[in-house]
Design a protein around this ligand. Structure first.
Ligand SMILES: [Zn+2]
Length: 96
């Protein structure tokens, strides 16, 4: 789970990026930061669910409070790896 300090850091980082309105409903200021990282596992072979590599894209989830649309921002790309306690060499895949 994100700490209040981590939520603040994520919010400040995303605010700097000047995100657009929700791409689904078009509303402004409805995007909410999720409670914890979401990890998308990398698959080096096509047998999904069988041959997990242990590598992942660690992502910050945002949910539109109006329509429920979800977006996922790569925490490493945002420069938040250290703030969120990620190791960029083993557990995180920066940009693929
Ligand atoms: Zn929306």
């Amino acid at each position: 789970m994100f700490t209040p300090e981590q939520i603040q850091k994520i919010a400040a980082t995303l605010t700097e990026k000047k995100l657009n309105a929700c791409p689904s409903c078009g509303r402004l200021k409805t995007l909410e930061i999720g409670q914890a990282l979401v990890a998308f596992p990398l698959q080096h072979h096509p047998q999904f669910g069988i041959n997990l590599t242990g590598q992942m894209y660690p992502c910050v989830p945002l949910t539109c409070s109006y329509c429920g649309y979800m977006m996922f921002y790569n925490a490493v790309t945002l420069g938040l790896a250290e703030a969120l306690g990620l190791s960029t060499t083993k557990e995180a895949a920066a940009n693929g």
